[in-house]
Design a binder for this molecule. Structure first.
Ligand code: AMP
Ligand code: ZN
Length: 136
């Protein structure tokens, strides 16, 4: 499969690896938003969160915690954004699932913000919440 992250996982392409176990690998982003920007990637080729089973989720989250603490310790960042882009409309460019860990430094000039608009009323929120709950 012509997938750059599969190639990194298989060792066909180089990466600055920071973590590896049987299920996942983490390496530094080649186009870092900030110093220490890392990607946590399942070894199995899955496209994104919509393709992810809960078992893999249970494996990945503890690693995310471990890596976040290690990155803060090593890099001296003052904060960290965890971001996953799922599908092109959400900014996904590499279609092998990955989670960004982006260290944040005072005055780093990076903006990762959920664009808030006007406050929604309970009448608007309630049917949406209901619809999502019924889809679980
Ligand atoms: P996304 O927009 O969430 O799909 O992000 C893909 C990320 O992969 C981007 O931040 C790229 O900089 C990064 N990237 C692309 N190619 C490589 C590579 N060969 N090694 C490390 N990171 C890469
Ligand atoms: Zn892949």
């Amino acid at each position: 499969m012509d997938c750059i992250f599969c190639k990194i996982v298989n060792g066909e392409l180089p990466s600055a690896k920071i973590y590896e176990d049987d299920h996942q690998v983490a390496f530094l982003d080649a186009f870092p938003a900030t110093a220490g920007h890392a990607l946590l990637v399942p070894k199995k080729h899955i496209v994104n969160i919509f393709d992810c089973d809960e078992e893999l989720g249970r494996i990945i989250y503890p690693t995310l915690i471990k890596l976040s603490k290690a990155i803060r310790h090593a890099m001296g960042c003052t904060g960290l954004n965890i971001v996953q882009n799922n599908e092109a409309v959400a900014g996904q460019v590499v279609f092998h699932s990955h989670i960004h860990l982006i260290p944040r430094y005072d005055y780093d000039g990076i903006k990762i913000a959920v664009a808030s608009k006007a406050q929604a009323t309970p009448e608007v929120l309630a049917p949406i919440a209901d619809k999502i709950m019924r889809a679980l």
